[in-house]
Design a protein around this ligand. Sequence first.
Ligand code: GAL
Length: 389
Amino acid sequence: MKKFLALALAMAMSLTLVACGSKDGGSSAPAASGSSDASVSVSGEGGTVGIAMPTKSLERWNRDGSYLKEQFETAGYGVELKYSDNDVEQQNNDIAAMIADGVDLLIVAAIDGDSLSNVLGDAKDAGIPVISYDRLIMNTDAISYYVSFDNYTVGTLQGQFVIDQLGLDLADTSKTYNIEFTAGDPADNNAGYFFNGAFDTLKDYIDAGILNVVSGKTTFEQVATPSWSTDTALENMQNTLASYYSDGTVLDVALCSNDSTALGVAQAITSDYAGSNAPLVTGQDGDIANLRNIVDGIQTMTVYKNVANEAIVTLELAKAMLVGETPDASLIDTFGIDCAYDTSSYDNGTGIIPSYLLVPSVITKDNLQELVDTGLYAWDGDYLKSTAN
Ligand code: GAL
Protein backbone atom coordinates (compact mmCIF):
# COMPACT_ATOMS: atom_id res chain seq x y z
CA MET A 1 0.00 0.00 0.00
CA LYS A 2 2.84 2.32 0.97
CA LYS A 3 4.54 1.49 -2.29
CA PHE A 4 1.38 2.29 -4.18
CA LEU A 5 1.06 5.65 -2.44
CA ALA A 6 4.67 6.52 -3.18
CA LEU A 7 4.13 5.62 -6.82
CA ALA A 8 0.92 7.63 -6.97
CA LEU A 9 2.73 10.61 -5.46
CA ALA A 10 5.59 10.32 -7.91
CA MET A 11 3.10 10.12 -10.76
CA ALA A 12 1.21 13.10 -9.42
CA MET A 13 4.39 15.11 -9.30
CA SER A 14 5.54 14.14 -12.75
CA LEU A 15 2.09 14.67 -14.20
CA THR A 16 1.74 18.13 -12.74
CA LEU A 17 1.53 20.13 -15.91
CA VAL A 18 2.03 23.84 -15.96
CA ALA A 19 1.07 25.60 -19.14
CA CYS A 20 1.84 29.29 -18.93
CA GLY A 21 2.33 32.08 -21.35
CA SER A 22 -0.82 34.20 -21.14
CA LYS A 23 -0.33 37.70 -19.80
CA ASP A 24 -1.42 36.23 -16.49
CA GLY A 25 1.35 33.75 -16.22
CA GLY A 26 4.45 35.87 -16.14
CA SER A 27 6.34 32.85 -17.43
CA SER A 28 8.54 32.70 -20.46
CA ALA A 29 7.21 29.26 -21.39
CA PRO A 30 5.15 29.43 -24.58
CA ALA A 31 1.44 28.65 -24.24
CA ALA A 32 -0.29 26.00 -26.24
CA SER A 33 -2.58 27.94 -28.53
CA GLY A 34 -5.85 28.95 -26.92
CA SER A 35 -4.80 27.53 -23.56
CA SER A 36 -5.00 29.43 -20.34
CA ASP A 37 -2.72 29.24 -17.36
CA ALA A 38 -3.36 25.77 -16.02
CA SER A 39 -2.10 23.19 -13.62
CA VAL A 40 -3.32 19.61 -13.46
CA SER A 41 -2.64 16.85 -10.96
CA VAL A 42 -3.71 13.23 -11.38
CA SER A 43 -7.07 12.19 -10.13
CA GLY A 44 -6.99 11.45 -6.43
CA GLU A 45 -8.87 8.80 -4.53
CA GLY A 46 -11.72 11.23 -3.85
CA GLY A 47 -12.04 12.26 -7.51
CA THR A 48 -10.96 15.41 -9.31
CA VAL A 49 -12.13 18.97 -8.80
CA GLY A 50 -11.95 21.67 -11.46
CA ILE A 51 -11.04 25.10 -10.14
CA ALA A 52 -11.63 28.14 -12.37
CA MET A 53 -9.97 31.32 -11.14
CA PRO A 54 -10.39 34.69 -12.87
CA THR A 55 -6.86 36.04 -13.24
CA LYS A 56 -3.35 35.99 -11.92
CA SER A 57 -3.03 39.74 -12.35
CA LEU A 58 -4.78 40.41 -9.02
CA GLU A 59 -2.75 39.09 -6.11
CA ARG A 60 -5.52 37.50 -4.12
CA TRP A 61 -6.54 35.02 -6.82
CA ASN A 62 -3.03 33.59 -6.84
CA ARG A 63 -3.42 32.95 -3.15
CA ASP A 64 -6.91 31.47 -3.57
CA GLY A 65 -5.75 29.13 -6.32
CA SER A 66 -2.75 27.85 -4.42
CA TYR A 67 -4.59 27.39 -1.11
CA LEU A 68 -7.46 25.56 -2.82
CA LYS A 69 -5.09 23.32 -4.73
CA GLU A 70 -3.13 22.55 -1.59
CA GLN A 71 -6.24 21.80 0.47
CA PHE A 72 -7.80 19.48 -2.10
CA GLU A 73 -4.60 17.64 -2.97
CA THR A 74 -3.79 17.09 0.69
CA ALA A 75 -7.28 15.68 1.15
CA GLY A 76 -6.68 13.18 -1.67
CA TYR A 77 -8.36 14.85 -4.63
CA GLY A 78 -6.94 15.52 -8.05
CA VAL A 79 -7.05 19.17 -9.04
CA GLU A 80 -7.39 20.88 -12.38
CA LEU A 81 -6.72 24.59 -11.79
CA LYS A 82 -7.16 27.16 -14.52
CA TYR A 83 -6.70 30.95 -14.61
CA SER A 84 -8.52 32.64 -17.47
CA ASP A 85 -6.65 35.93 -17.80
CA ASN A 86 -9.73 38.04 -16.99
CA ASP A 87 -11.09 36.96 -20.35
CA VAL A 88 -14.75 35.90 -20.28
CA GLU A 89 -14.57 33.73 -23.38
CA GLN A 90 -11.44 32.05 -22.10
CA GLN A 91 -13.16 31.20 -18.82
CA ASN A 92 -16.07 29.65 -20.71
CA ASN A 93 -13.59 27.55 -22.71
CA ASP A 94 -11.64 26.59 -19.61
CA ILE A 95 -14.76 25.41 -17.80
CA ALA A 96 -15.94 23.53 -20.91
CA ALA A 97 -12.55 21.79 -21.04
CA MET A 98 -12.82 20.75 -17.40
CA ILE A 99 -16.31 19.37 -18.02
CA ALA A 100 -14.93 17.43 -20.99
CA ASP A 101 -12.13 16.12 -18.77
CA GLY A 102 -14.82 14.69 -16.50
CA VAL A 103 -14.10 16.57 -13.28
CA ASP A 104 -16.36 15.53 -10.41
CA LEU A 105 -17.07 19.02 -9.08
CA LEU A 106 -16.43 22.59 -10.22
CA ILE A 107 -15.33 25.55 -8.10
CA VAL A 108 -15.74 28.76 -10.06
CA ALA A 109 -14.75 32.36 -9.30
CA ALA A 110 -16.42 34.12 -12.20
CA ILE A 111 -14.87 36.89 -14.25
CA ASP A 112 -18.31 38.04 -15.34
CA GLY A 113 -21.10 36.72 -13.13
CA ASP A 114 -23.59 36.91 -15.99
CA SER A 115 -21.66 35.04 -18.66
CA LEU A 116 -21.50 31.44 -17.48
CA SER A 117 -25.12 30.25 -17.76
CA ASN A 118 -24.61 28.10 -20.85
CA VAL A 119 -21.42 26.35 -19.86
CA LEU A 120 -22.67 25.73 -16.33
CA GLY A 121 -25.89 24.39 -17.81
CA ASP A 122 -23.65 21.85 -19.54
CA ALA A 123 -22.05 21.04 -16.17
CA LYS A 124 -25.49 20.45 -14.72
CA ASP A 125 -26.45 18.19 -17.62
CA ALA A 126 -23.26 16.21 -17.02
CA GLY A 127 -24.16 15.85 -13.34
CA ILE A 128 -21.24 17.98 -12.16
CA PRO A 129 -22.12 20.08 -9.09
CA VAL A 130 -20.86 23.67 -8.99
CA ILE A 131 -19.73 25.85 -6.08
CA SER A 132 -19.79 29.58 -6.78
CA TYR A 133 -16.55 30.73 -5.21
CA ASP A 134 -16.26 34.23 -3.72
CA ARG A 135 -18.31 35.92 -6.48
CA LEU A 136 -21.93 34.91 -7.01
CA ILE A 137 -22.63 33.51 -10.47
CA MET A 138 -25.90 34.87 -11.77
CA ASN A 139 -28.80 33.47 -13.75
CA THR A 140 -28.04 29.78 -13.63
CA ASP A 141 -29.64 27.06 -11.55
CA ALA A 142 -26.49 24.95 -11.91
CA ILE A 143 -25.08 26.51 -8.71
CA SER A 144 -25.58 24.47 -5.56
CA TYR A 145 -23.78 26.67 -3.03
CA TYR A 146 -21.97 29.99 -2.65
CA VAL A 147 -18.84 30.37 -0.52
CA SER A 148 -17.68 33.90 0.17
CA PHE A 149 -17.17 36.56 2.80
CA ASP A 150 -19.97 38.79 3.95
CA ASN A 151 -19.57 41.21 1.05
CA TYR A 152 -21.87 43.96 2.31
CA THR A 153 -20.00 43.93 5.63
CA VAL A 154 -16.73 44.56 3.76
CA GLY A 155 -18.22 47.89 2.67
CA THR A 156 -19.70 48.74 6.06
CA LEU A 157 -16.29 48.16 7.69
CA GLN A 158 -14.75 50.66 5.27
CA GLY A 159 -17.51 53.20 5.89
CA GLN A 160 -17.39 52.77 9.67
CA PHE A 161 -13.62 53.14 9.59
CA VAL A 162 -14.03 56.58 8.00
CA ILE A 163 -16.62 57.59 10.61
CA ASP A 164 -14.34 56.49 13.45
CA GLN A 165 -11.15 57.99 12.08
CA LEU A 166 -12.70 61.38 11.40
CA GLY A 167 -14.79 61.24 14.58
CA LEU A 168 -17.95 62.06 12.63
CA ASP A 169 -21.02 63.01 14.62
CA LEU A 170 -24.39 63.65 13.01
CA ALA A 171 -25.17 66.18 15.75
CA ASP A 172 -22.10 68.25 14.88
CA THR A 173 -22.14 69.78 11.41
CA SER A 174 -19.46 72.35 12.19
CA LYS A 175 -16.66 70.24 10.69
CA THR A 176 -17.00 69.00 7.14
CA TYR A 177 -14.84 66.69 5.05
CA ASN A 178 -14.41 65.84 1.38
CA ILE A 179 -14.63 62.28 0.11
CA GLU A 180 -14.38 60.47 -3.23
CA PHE A 181 -15.42 56.89 -4.00
CA THR A 182 -13.78 54.27 -6.19
CA ALA A 183 -15.73 51.06 -6.72
CA GLY A 184 -15.06 47.74 -8.45
CA ASP A 185 -15.90 45.85 -11.61
CA PRO A 186 -19.56 46.07 -12.70
CA ALA A 187 -19.28 42.47 -14.01
CA ASP A 188 -18.45 41.27 -10.48
CA ASN A 189 -21.57 40.76 -8.40
CA ASN A 190 -19.59 41.53 -5.23
CA ALA A 191 -18.67 45.03 -6.33
CA GLY A 192 -22.16 46.45 -5.77
CA TYR A 193 -22.31 44.94 -2.27
CA PHE A 194 -18.99 46.52 -1.32
CA PHE A 195 -20.01 49.93 -2.63
CA ASN A 196 -23.49 49.82 -1.12
CA GLY A 197 -22.16 48.69 2.25
CA ALA A 198 -19.81 51.66 2.38
CA PHE A 199 -22.20 54.19 0.88
CA ASP A 200 -25.16 53.18 3.06
CA THR A 201 -22.97 53.52 6.15
CA LEU A 202 -21.89 57.04 5.16
CA LYS A 203 -25.13 58.24 3.58
CA ASP A 204 -26.52 60.06 6.62
CA TYR A 205 -23.28 62.03 6.91
CA ILE A 206 -23.38 62.86 3.20
CA ASP A 207 -27.03 63.95 3.46
CA ALA A 208 -26.17 66.09 6.50
CA GLY A 209 -23.41 67.84 4.54
CA ILE A 210 -20.73 66.54 6.92
CA LEU A 211 -19.19 64.54 4.10
CA ASN A 212 -19.07 66.20 0.68
CA VAL A 213 -18.54 64.23 -2.50
CA VAL A 214 -16.97 67.16 -4.34
CA SER A 215 -17.03 65.46 -7.76
CA GLY A 216 -20.72 64.65 -7.32
CA LYS A 217 -19.98 61.03 -8.26
CA THR A 218 -22.21 59.21 -5.82
CA THR A 219 -23.52 56.27 -7.82
CA PHE A 220 -21.85 52.90 -8.34
CA GLU A 221 -21.96 53.36 -12.12
CA GLN A 222 -20.10 56.67 -11.88
CA VAL A 223 -17.23 55.26 -9.84
CA ALA A 224 -17.03 51.63 -11.06
CA THR A 225 -13.64 50.31 -12.24
CA PRO A 226 -13.84 47.62 -14.95
CA SER A 227 -11.64 44.57 -14.19
CA TRP A 228 -10.69 46.19 -10.87
CA SER A 229 -7.86 47.72 -12.88
CA THR A 230 -5.18 49.65 -10.98
CA ASP A 231 -4.40 51.71 -14.09
CA THR A 232 -8.03 52.69 -14.60
CA ALA A 233 -8.39 53.63 -10.93
CA LEU A 234 -5.24 55.73 -11.21
CA GLU A 235 -6.49 57.50 -14.31
CA ASN A 236 -9.96 58.14 -12.86
CA MET A 237 -8.49 59.60 -9.69
CA GLN A 238 -6.09 61.78 -11.67
CA ASN A 239 -9.07 63.14 -13.60
CA THR A 240 -11.04 63.77 -10.42
CA LEU A 241 -8.09 65.54 -8.80
CA ALA A 242 -7.50 67.68 -11.90
CA SER A 243 -11.17 68.62 -12.25
CA TYR A 244 -12.16 69.20 -8.61
CA TYR A 245 -9.10 69.51 -6.39
CA SER A 246 -6.47 71.46 -8.37
CA ASP A 247 -7.69 74.74 -6.80
CA GLY A 248 -6.50 73.64 -3.36
CA THR A 249 -9.70 71.91 -2.29
CA VAL A 250 -8.77 69.42 0.42
CA LEU A 251 -9.40 65.70 -0.14
CA ASP A 252 -9.92 63.94 3.18
CA VAL A 253 -11.01 60.46 2.13
CA ALA A 254 -10.58 58.21 -0.89
CA LEU A 255 -12.90 55.30 -0.24
CA CYS A 256 -11.70 52.45 -2.44
CA SER A 257 -13.48 49.10 -2.57
CA ASN A 258 -10.34 46.97 -2.80
CA ASP A 259 -6.58 46.98 -2.84
CA SER A 260 -5.96 46.90 -6.59
CA THR A 261 -7.99 50.10 -7.02
CA ALA A 262 -6.51 51.63 -3.84
CA LEU A 263 -3.07 51.10 -5.34
CA GLY A 264 -3.94 53.29 -8.34
CA VAL A 265 -5.76 55.88 -6.25
CA ALA A 266 -2.85 56.19 -3.81
CA GLN A 267 -0.49 56.60 -6.74
CA ALA A 268 -2.66 59.39 -8.17
CA ILE A 269 -2.74 61.13 -4.78
CA THR A 270 1.04 60.84 -4.45
CA SER A 271 1.67 62.28 -7.92
CA ASP A 272 -1.24 64.63 -8.57
CA TYR A 273 -2.77 65.84 -5.30
CA ALA A 274 -1.77 69.38 -4.41
CA GLY A 275 -2.75 69.27 -0.72
CA SER A 276 -0.34 68.56 2.11
CA ASN A 277 -2.59 66.24 4.13
CA ALA A 278 -2.57 62.47 3.70
CA PRO A 279 -6.15 61.49 2.75
CA LEU A 280 -7.58 58.33 4.33
CA VAL A 281 -7.44 55.55 1.73
CA THR A 282 -9.39 52.33 2.26
CA GLY A 283 -8.89 48.95 0.58
CA GLN A 284 -9.63 45.26 0.76
CA ASP A 285 -7.62 42.01 0.44
CA GLY A 286 -4.33 42.55 2.27
CA ASP A 287 -2.24 42.53 -0.91
CA ILE A 288 1.49 42.84 -0.23
CA ALA A 289 1.96 46.15 -2.13
CA ASN A 290 -0.94 47.66 -0.18
CA LEU A 291 0.38 46.45 3.16
CA ARG A 292 3.59 48.23 2.22
CA ASN A 293 1.59 51.40 1.51
CA ILE A 294 -0.11 51.00 4.89
CA VAL A 295 3.28 50.90 6.63
CA ASP A 296 4.32 53.97 4.60
CA GLY A 297 1.11 55.87 5.44
CA ILE A 298 -0.03 56.04 1.80
CA GLN A 299 -3.01 53.71 2.44
CA THR A 300 -4.82 53.70 5.78
CA MET A 301 -6.59 50.36 6.03
CA THR A 302 -7.48 47.19 4.22
CA VAL A 303 -10.37 44.83 4.86
CA TYR A 304 -8.71 41.49 5.24
CA LYS A 305 -10.27 38.26 4.01
CA ASN A 306 -8.43 35.12 5.01
CA VAL A 307 -8.64 33.19 1.75
CA ALA A 308 -6.84 30.20 3.24
CA ASN A 309 -9.92 29.81 5.44
CA GLU A 310 -12.15 30.31 2.41
CA ALA A 311 -10.34 27.35 0.83
CA ILE A 312 -10.93 25.19 3.93
CA VAL A 313 -14.65 25.98 3.95
CA THR A 314 -14.80 25.15 0.23
CA LEU A 315 -13.02 21.84 0.78
CA GLU A 316 -15.36 20.77 3.59
CA LEU A 317 -18.39 21.73 1.52
CA ALA A 318 -17.09 19.90 -1.56
CA LYS A 319 -16.28 16.79 0.46
CA ALA A 320 -19.84 16.63 1.75
CA MET A 321 -21.31 17.26 -1.71
CA LEU A 322 -19.13 14.62 -3.33
CA VAL A 323 -20.43 11.93 -1.01
CA GLY A 324 -23.99 12.90 -1.84
CA GLU A 325 -24.86 14.88 1.28
CA THR A 326 -26.90 18.07 1.23
CA PRO A 327 -24.86 20.33 3.50
CA ASP A 328 -26.57 22.92 5.68
CA ALA A 329 -25.79 25.04 8.74
CA SER A 330 -24.49 22.04 10.67
CA LEU A 331 -21.51 21.76 8.31
CA ILE A 332 -20.06 24.88 9.96
CA ASP A 333 -19.13 22.81 13.02
CA THR A 334 -16.54 20.99 10.93
CA PHE A 335 -14.72 24.21 9.91
CA GLY A 336 -13.39 25.61 13.16
CA ILE A 337 -13.72 28.95 11.36
CA ASP A 338 -16.02 31.90 12.05
CA CYS A 339 -18.66 31.52 9.36
CA ALA A 340 -22.41 32.04 8.83
CA TYR A 341 -24.83 29.89 6.86
CA ASP A 342 -27.10 32.27 5.00
CA THR A 343 -30.24 31.24 3.14
CA SER A 344 -31.75 34.66 2.46
CA SER A 345 -29.21 37.15 1.08
CA TYR A 346 -27.95 35.85 -2.24
CA ASP A 347 -30.50 35.40 -5.00
CA ASN A 348 -28.79 34.77 -8.32
CA GLY A 349 -31.89 35.33 -10.41
CA THR A 350 -33.00 31.70 -10.25
CA GLY A 351 -33.62 31.71 -6.50
CA ILE A 352 -31.69 31.91 -3.26
CA ILE A 353 -28.29 30.23 -3.29
CA PRO A 354 -27.40 28.83 0.16
CA SER A 355 -24.23 30.58 1.24
CA TYR A 356 -21.35 30.04 3.62
CA LEU A 357 -20.10 33.50 4.53
CA LEU A 358 -16.82 34.07 6.32
CA VAL A 359 -16.07 37.14 8.40
CA PRO A 360 -13.81 39.96 7.15
CA SER A 361 -11.73 42.15 9.49
CA VAL A 362 -10.02 45.54 9.48
CA ILE A 363 -6.24 45.79 9.24
CA THR A 364 -4.34 49.03 9.84
CA LYS A 365 -0.73 49.94 10.59
CA ASP A 366 -1.46 49.14 14.24
CA ASN A 367 -2.53 45.50 13.91
CA LEU A 368 -0.41 44.13 11.05
CA GLN A 369 0.85 41.54 13.51
CA GLU A 370 -2.61 39.90 13.25
CA LEU A 371 -1.74 38.97 9.68
CA VAL A 372 1.56 37.48 10.77
CA ASP A 373 -0.34 35.52 13.43
CA THR A 374 -2.33 33.78 10.66
CA GLY A 375 0.94 32.22 9.49
CA LEU A 376 0.24 33.48 5.96
CA TYR A 377 2.45 36.57 6.26
CA ALA A 378 5.84 37.20 7.83
CA TRP A 379 7.74 40.35 8.73
CA ASP A 380 10.28 41.44 6.15
CA GLY A 381 12.02 44.30 7.93
CA ASP A 382 9.33 46.94 8.49
CA TYR A 383 7.09 45.38 5.84
CA LEU A 384 5.21 42.13 5.38
CA LYS A 385 5.82 39.41 2.86
CA SER A 386 3.69 36.40 2.00
CA THR A 387 4.69 33.00 3.36
CA ALA A 388 2.90 31.27 0.45
CA ASN A 389 5.15 29.95 -2.25
C1 GAL B 1 -13.87 40.59 -5.59
C2 GAL B 1 -13.28 39.97 -4.39
C3 GAL B 1 -12.37 40.93 -3.75
C4 GAL B 1 -11.40 41.56 -4.71
C5 GAL B 1 -11.94 41.81 -6.07
C6 GAL B 1 -10.87 42.01 -7.10
O1 GAL B 1 -14.81 39.79 -6.16
O2 GAL B 1 -14.28 39.59 -3.49
O3 GAL B 1 -11.72 40.31 -2.69
O4 GAL B 1 -10.26 40.81 -4.81
O5 GAL B 1 -12.83 40.85 -6.48
O6 GAL B 1 -10.44 40.83 -7.64
